[in-house]
Design a protein around this ligand. Structure first.
Ligand SMILES: [Zn+2]
Ligand SMILES: [Zn+2]
Length: 346
């Protein structure tokens, strides 16, 4: 089969011919129908050799959708041909966090060397994908896999980040979304669906600001050194009740802290450069502002998102690429010229 693989640290990923895998005991083989392209892949591929923790070559893609092509020994209750999306942050299934469905925070994944597909385990940008357990599949029925696959990360990550702060999004409050790309443009829609907060989106050019408004932002502001003042003109002195930073570099974290209000949540979702940080302390940050950096979301939350998708809740912006053109999708991602999510359709 064909797969997009990261072969050499520092080089572009390559489309290669590799053996089609067979499901072992307890595993599921999916025929991939769609796979999303994410900034965190770029982050992984920017790591120097001494920091790179995965075996190479690595098949990329941690957003996956497919139809069940075969099941391994012991797999029950899953019909061949079922159309499903993949819950990516695989865990052990039995620790306390996994028991809550929060396999994204599995306490044993490191010790057991359990990796998400595309981030250690072979990923979804291929003709076939091995899923380690049927519990990591969420059936999607008649939903379009290309439109739905971004929900597994670009939807699930903001959903998890927003859900934990819903209590702060009272009527009249403001939520600020920094970055209106793959995750941010879903976050804006989720905020509108789930809360009565008003939404300010920040991004780096007018085209992206128009896009943010087209998916539901009430206001849109250029992300630059004047952004905190310009956002405060909209929110008033109270500032934002929730700030979601989908970029995570120092300039956006500084904006996030600059627009946060008293008793707000500042949630840094973007992976940035892995070094940028918020300063918290008396006189430095707003009183009782809580800063956090979440990772992905829970299995139950992906099920909830798919239910929302069945209600027609989302307008996911997708640019399609075939598997042979997958390297181009990564070039466009790095150049920041994608509208919404790039999805590879094998
Ligand atoms: Zn991702
Ligand atoms: Zn676990």
């Amino acid at each position: 089969m064909k797969a997009l693989q990261y072969v050499t640290v520092g080089a572009e990923p390559e489309v290669r011919e590799i053996p089609t895998p067979e499901p072992g005991p307890g595993e599921v083989l999916l025929k991939v129908t769609a796979a999303g392209v994410c900034h965190s892949d770029d982050f992984v591929m920017s790591m120097p050799l001494e920091m790179f923790g995965f075996d190479l070559p690595l098949t990329l893609g941690h957003e996956g959708a497919g139809t069940v092509a075969a099941v391994g020994e012991g797999v029950r209750g899953l019909e061949l041909g079922t159309s499903a999306v993949v819950y990516g942050p695989w865990g052990c299934g039995t620790c306390w966090f996994c028991a809550q469905g929060m396999e994204n925070y599995c306490s044993r994944a490191g010790e057991l060397r359990i990796f998400p597909p595309g981030l250690g385990a072979p990923g979804a940008i291929a003709e076939y994908l091995i899923v380690d357990s049927p519990r990591h599949l969420v059936p999607i029925g008649d939903l379009d896999p290309v439109q739905t696959v971004p929900l597994t990360d670009a939807g699930l990550t903001p959903y998890h980040a927003i859900k934990r702060s819903l209590g702060k999004l009272r009527p009249g409050s403001w939520a600020v979304v920094i970055g209106s790309g793959g995750l941010g443009h879903v976050a804006i829609q989720l905020l509108r669906q789930l809360s009565s907060a008003r939404v300010v989106a920040l991004d780096v050019n007018d085209e992206k600001l128009e896009f943010a408004k087209s998916v539901g932002a009430h206001e849109a502001v250029l992300s630059n050194a004047q952004a905190p003042d310009n956002v405060r003109k909209i929110t008033g002195a109270a500032g934002a009740s929730l700030v979601l930073d989908f970029v995570g570099y120092q300039p956006t974290i500084d904006i996030a802290m600059g627009v946060a209000g008293i008793d707000s949540d500042v949630t840094i979702v973007g992976v940035g450069d892995g070094k940028s940080a918020a300063r918290v302390g008396f006189g430095v940050s707003p009183y009782e502002a809580a800063v956090t950096s979440p990772y992905w979301g829970a299995r139950s939350e992906l099920i909830e998102l798919i239910d929302l998708a069945h209600e027609g809740a989302f307008d996911i912006a997708v640019e399609r690429f075939d598997l042979d053109n997958a390297p181009e999708a990564y070039r466009r991602l790095a150049a920041n010229t994608l509208r919404g999510r790039a999805v590879i359709v094998p």
